[in-house]
Design a protein around this ligand. Sequence first.
Ligand code: FAD
Length: 294
Amino acid sequence: MKTAELFEHKTVFSLEVFPPKPDTDESVIYDTLDELSDISPDFISVTYGAGGGHSGCKTIQIASDIKERYGVESVAHLPCIDLTKEQAAEILDSLQAHGIENVLALRGDRREDTAAEGDFRHASDLITFIKERYDFNVLAACYPEIHPESTSAVDDLKWLRHKVDCGADHLITQLFLDNKYFLDFHEKARIAGIDIPIEAGIMPVTNKRQIERMVKLCGVQLPKKFVRVLERYEHNDTALRDAGIAYAIDQITELIAEGVDGIHLYTMNYPYVAKKIFAAVESLISVNSCTAAL
Ligand code: FAD
């Protein structure tokens, strides 16, 4: 099923996982999926490491298994920064052959040390490439606090609108810890004529190193409320994990009350956390499906 169709009837609740890192036990991802599939998410997306290597094959296999073994819809991420057109076509052919219908078309992060070697400069180039040749439902990324390379919110929104004009069917946001950024971005996107579903990307923060990395990589602002939680519980792993779960539930509760199209949970392959969050918001999702507001 194409993910864009899911939004017609409900508030979507989806999950993101990443393939096992090299040198780790490959079967661990299936233990994770065994647990995550218990909550019957609307779809599970699988990340793809830019820069080549074997991570792409793993993404395709895992996305295919999510559909075939678990009966859950899947999305394969595809960063294009290092791909030639021939390589992109090879991967897309393989996705198609595996019965995968949804692709999250991404540029991938630029590296400081090496120049990109691919034929695509922006995610929009990949979206156009896909839409001209295939029948995939295409997802794209967006940034409530603007992409770190963007010089202004207007510029960021202009290029986002361009991705939609190239054929993106569904958007997922970068993580954010303050809902005001999402709500403000959502309103501006609608004013800019972006009328496809926008899912809010929520990352439950369960350790301090994880959030420090995200702040550095994505430029996410830490609201005072969040900093106080971090300072109070940073030396107690269990308390910080539980506070991170509570914080994410609080964010999701407000977003659902505002009528968000969907919640995309960055699980970090940590099913305990995803299951706790889902248990807390499951009933809110079904109520909201009758009373969408945003
Ligand atoms: P783009 O849409 O190309 O945007 C990048 C920058 O260029 C922005 O500043 C934008 O405003 C600008 N821009 C866009 N189009 C144009 C244009 N035509 N002309 C001029 N400027 C333009 N990375 C991975 O490697 N693997 C993953 O699996 C992965 N999954 C992700 C999932 C989500 C939900 C998100 C939000 C991000 C993910 N990323 C992943 C990270 C992503 O690759 C980076 O954020 C990357 O820096 C930008 O990707 P993009 O697709 O948004 O790029």
